[in-house]
Design a protein around this ligand. Structure first.
Ligand code: PLP
Length: 389
C-alpha cells in the first residue's frame, strides 16, 4: 500500500497566504508608498482606488467605506430609505444584509429563495410589495448573479429602489440575455452596475479582499454619491470643514487598504476564472450523484462559495467524513432567520425553501490557488461519502 505524501495535509476553505506571496513585492511597494506619504485615511490613494474600481465595474461613481455592512447602511440612507419603509430581500444571506435594513430603521420583508440555486425568487417579489415598499435588496449569493431583467422591470413599474448586495460577487457579470428587455448592450454587465446603487464588501475572504475591513458603494447617481461621501465622513458638508449636515458615520477607507486593493484589482478576473475552473471540475464530478444538487453553472458566476445541496439527511455525515480527512467545509447558512432577533421576521411567515437549504447546504474548499491534487482529494471524499446508500 502506498501512502500519498499529502494525504493528511489539511485542506482549508480558502488560502489568503498564496495570494499575498504571489504579489508580495508589489504589495510591499504599495505599503511603503503609503507609509512615506504620511496620508493614512482617504486621500489620493483612496481616490485612485475609487476611480479604478468604478472603471472596472462599469459605473460612474465609487465611494470607499469601512465595511460591506457600512456600504449597505450608507447606501440605504443615501437613497433616503428609513423608518416606516419596507425593504424586500432574502433571509438566505449573511445577517449583515438584514441588519443594515434594521439599522436604518426600515422593516425587512423576506421572500423565499428560488427553486434552483440559492438566490431570492425574483418571481415572488411582486406579491410582497405593499404601499410601504421602497426598495429591494437582491443578494448575489455565493457569487451567482441574480437575474436583473425582471427585477428592474418590476422596480420601474412600482417605483422601487434596487440596492444590490454584491458582497460575495466582486467581478461577477450578467450575460446580455439576463438584462432588461430593451437594454441594448451586447457586452456582459458587471454585478453592481445595473441596480440604482450597490454595496460591496472588501473583507479579506471576499473575492476582492483587503487586508483588513473595507467596503464600497457604487452608483451612476451623482446625488446619491454626494450623500454617501458626506455620510461616510460624519455627514460633513463638502469643502467646508466642521460644518455637518446631519448625523453620519466614521466610515472611511484607509489609504493602506486602498493601495493594496489597487495592486489586487487587476488580478481579480484571473482569480475568478481559476475559481470557475475549480467549480467546473467539481460540477463534472458531482452532477450525477443522486440526491445531490450542484450550484447553477451559469456564465458570470464567480463562485465565492461552491455550495452543494445534499438531500436525505446525509449532509452532516458527508461533512463529518470530510472533517475526518482534514478537509474543511462550511454550512452557509445553518440557521437562516429562525435564530435572528425577534422582529426580523413577519409573524407567522415561513420560508420553506430557505429552511430546507439551511439543512442541506455544504460549501467546499474554494479559492484561486486550490491545486489539482487538493481538488482531487475533495472530490474523492465527497464521492465516497455522498454516493453511498
Ligand atoms: C460579507 C457580507 C456582508 C458584510 O460585509 P462586511 O464587509 O463583513 O461588513 C454583507 N452581505 C453579504 C451577503 C456578505 O457576504
Amino acid at each position: 500500500m502506498t501512502i500519498e505524501p499529502s494525504a493528511n495535509v489539511p485542506i482549508p476553505m480558502l488560502d489568503l497566504q498564496s495570494e499575498v506571496e504571489e504579489l508580495w513585492s508589489e504589495i510591499m511597494d504599495a505599503i511603503q508608498r503609503v507609509l512615506r506619504s504620511g496620508q493614512f485615511v482617504l486621500g489620493p490613494e483612496v481616490e485612485a482606488f475609487e476611480e479604478e474600481v468604478a472603471a472596472f465595474l462599469g459605473v460612474e461613481h465609487a465611494v470607499a467605506v469601512n465595511s460591506g455592512t457600512d456600504a449597505l447602511v450608507i447606501g440605504l440612507r443615501a437613497a433616503g430609505i428609513g423608518p416606516g419603509d419596507e425593504v424586500i430581500t432574502t433571509a438566505f444571506t449573511f445577517y449583515a444584509t438584514v441588519e443594515a435594513i434594521l439599522l436604518v430603521g426600515a422593516t425587512p420583508v423576506f421572500v423565499d429563495i428560488a427553486e434552483t440555486g440559492f438566490n431570492l425568487d425574483v418571481g415572488a417579489i411582486a406579491g410582497a410589495v405593499t404601499d410601504r415598499t421602497k426598495a429591494v435588496i437582491p443578494v448575489h449569493l455565493f457569487g451567482e448573479p441574480v437575474a436583473m431583467g425582471p427585477l428592474l422591470e418590476l422596480a420601474e413599474s412600482r417605483d422601487l429602489l434596487i440596492l444590490e448586495d454584491c458582497a460575495q460577487a466582486f467581478g461577477a457579470y450578467h450575460e446580455p440575455s439576463d438584462l432588461a428587455i430593451g437594454d441594448a448592450r451586447t457586452e456582459p454587465a458587471r454585478v453592481g452596475s445595473l441596480g440604482h446603487v450597490a454595496a460591496f464588501s472588501l473583507y479579506p475572504t471576499k473575492n476582492l479582499g483587503a487586508y483588513g475591513d473595507g467596503g464600497l458603494i457604487v452608483t451612476d447617481d451623482a446625488e446619491l454619491t454626494a450623500a454617501a461621501r458626506s455620510l461616510r465622513n460624519h455627514a460633513a458638508a463638502r469643502e467646508r470643514r466642521y460644518v455637518h449636515q446631519g448625523v453620519g458615520y466614521n466610515s472611511r477607507l484607509d489609504a493602506l487598504q486602498a493601495a493594496i486593493l489597487r495592486v489586487k484589482l487587476p488580478h481579480v478576473d484571473r482569480w475568478n476564472a481559476l475559481r470557475r475552473s475549480v467549480a467546473l471540475r467539481y460540477e463534472e464530478a458531482f452532477k450525477e450523484i443522486e440526491g445531490v444538487r450542484t450550484p447553477p453553472f451559469k456564465a458570470g458566476h464567480v463562485f465565492h462559495q461552491y455550495t452543494l445541496a445534499i438531500d436525505g439527511g446525509r449532509r452532516d455525515s458527508v461533512q463529518s467524513h470530510l472533517t475526518g480527512l482534514g478537509i474543511a467545509s462550511s454550512t452557509f447558512y445553518p440557521s437562516p432567520y429562525t435564530a435572528w432577533p425577534a422582529g426580523t421576521l413577519t409573524e407567522g411567515q415561513t420560508l420553506s425553501r430557505t429552511e430546507a437549504a439551511s439543512a442541506t447546504v455544504l460549501s467546499l474548499p474554494m479559492h484561486a490557488h486550490l491545486g489539482p491534487e487538493e481538488q482531487g482529494r475533495v472530490i474523492r471524499a465527497v464521492l465516497d461519502s455522498a454516493s453511498s446508500t
